[in-house]
Write a protein that binds this ligand. Structure first.
Ligand SMILES: [Zn+2]
Length: 86
């Protein structure tokens, strides 16, 4: 059986759909017996799918504007508090 270290080294291959079936089955047998690596693998998979989902949809313009305004207000507030301190 693979060690956790070996599993993590191969994790990106495991998540790659084109990985060799032999390697994949080795990694699968590891997560079947190791809850730790199962969780890591599961979380990584979810993170990747969220990331891929985000790439395909852009932020609506009004949301973007509000976001930028909020960021600017935050920066301005920081500057103000800094000038009162000094
Ligand atoms: Zn493990």
């Amino acid at each position: 059986m693979l060690t956790c270290k070996e599993f993590l080294a191969e994790l990106s291959d495991f998540l790659d759909a084109e990985t060799d079936a032999a390697i994949r089955s080795k990694l699968e047998s590891h997560i079947a017996q190791c809850p730790n690596c199962f969780v890591i693998c599961d979380t990584t998979k979810k993170t990747i799918s969220v990331y891929k989902g985000m790439k395909s949809c852009t932020i609506p313009e009004d949301v973007h504007d509000r976001l930028m305004a909020a960021v600017e207000r935050k920066i301005a507030a920081k500057k103000e508090s800094r000038s009162t301190e000094a």
